[in-house]
Write a protein that binds this ligand. Structure first.
Ligand code: SF4
Length: 349
């Protein structure tokens, strides 16, 4: 059961109100390199990204953002820190949403940003991070950081609502996984759509683990309307990881890929075979279970459970479809033949 939230639109992508959980990523190069930014956005789009965020740190970037806006259909979020004039410039440049930390600007400046977004009919993501919780809020909450962040966010939300603006997406992030989960469980009660992520999660391996636990625990509880798996890596990795989290929890269509951990019984180049098959299936938009197993011991059992599977041993691969063993092929032609079987099953009604 998903947490009930209000629905907002980022261009044509709904967030909240029971909509599919939207996948976000963020470009990691200066937007002033318009061509490279567009290329990165396109790579992410092809892997299943729904919304792309772009940092707008100065007026030159705001002008470049406008150029990017003209050349892609992807819903774009402008990420703004400190200078409210950049937020207004980004909205006027065609941002479909802006992300601000209201603590970074004065209240009259915040009001100008709210009014501008209202006039252009776009939502605002209000993001606060545990690192920026202020001392007064912390003291008022008796040192309870989660409560302090919740209270700070609540005060900002009041300000938006009093100004007649409720097209909000909320996010409260921490580098600490437990803290992220606890805070978001509190914020979920506000009824606004939630953007989930574990901030500054680290390099690929640590980042994947932290985000999977944090985002996964919340999504499994029905909390969260859009996610970004933040990684020190290619944004495409963020998108693929987000997709894997959603597919694993049954919140998105896609391929569940199974491969065994390999052991001393394995006589095939399992890592390369599994990698090649995963690359081939990762963007298939259909609920399928595909298995690649390293031997004839547990391999057939797992493969039988899959829509399509192959288990290799001693220069031969056995193929399984919907639980039935149906073909044995030589190792040197196994991958090509398996790809053809994947095409058939992926394109079948
Ligand atoms: S499927 Fe075979 S190779 Fe893979 S881990 Fe199991 S026993 Fe080992």
């Amino acid at each position: 059961m998903r947490n009930k939230t209000k629905k907002v639109f980022v261009k044509n992508v709904p967030i909240g109100g029971g909509s599919p959980v939207a996948i976000q990523s963020m470009t990691n190069i200066p937007v002033t390199d318009v061509r490279a930014t567009l290329a990165q956005i396109e790579r992410c789009r092809q892997c299943g990204c729904d919304i792309m965020r772009i940092a707008v740190p100065d007026m030159q970037s705001a002008a470049a953002f406008a150029e990017v806006r003209k050349q892609t259909q992807m819903p774009l979020v402008a990420d703004i820190h400190f200078d409210y004039r950049l937020a207004i410039a980004a909205v006027e440049a065609g941002a479909d949403k802006i992300r601000i930390n209201p603590g970074n600007m004065s209240l009259p400046q915040l009001d100008s940003v709210i009014d501008c977004a209202k006039e252009h009919g776009i939502p605002i993501r209000v993001g606060v991070n545990s690192g920026s919780v202020n001392k007064d809020a912390l003291a008022a909450a008796n040192g309870n950081k989660a409560q302090a962040l919740f209270d700070s966010l609540g005060a900002y939300v009041d300000r938006f609502e009093k100004r007649g603006f409720d097209s909000l997406v909320l996010s409260v992030k921490s580098t600490d996984v437990r803290e992220t989960v606890n805070i978001n469980r509190l914020v979920a009660k506000m009824g606004y759509p939630l953007h989930l992520g574990v901030t500054e999660a680290g390099l690929l391996r640590q980042g994947l683990v932290k985000n999977s636990i944090g985002i996964g625990a919340l999504l499994a509880d029905g909390i969260g309307d859009t996610i970004r798996v933040s990684l020190t890596s290619d944004p495409v990795d963020e998108v693929l990881a987000a997709k894997d989290i959603l597919v694993s929890l049954g919140l998105k269509r896609g391929v569940t890929f199974v491969s065994c951990p390999k052991c001393g019984r394995c006589t095939i180049d399992l890592e390369n075979v599994a990698e090649t098959v995963y690359d081939y299936v990762k963007n298939i938009d259909k609920n399928l279970k595909i298995a690649v197993m390293g031997c004839e011991v547990n391999g057939p059992g797992e493969c039988r459970d899959a829509d399509l599977g192959m288990a290799g041993a001693n220069g031969k691969y056995v193929f399984f479809k919907h639980g039935n063993r149906y073909k044995t092929v030589d190792a040197n032609e196994a991958i090509e033949q398996f790809k053809k079987e994947i095409d058939l099953i992926a394109n079948a009604d």
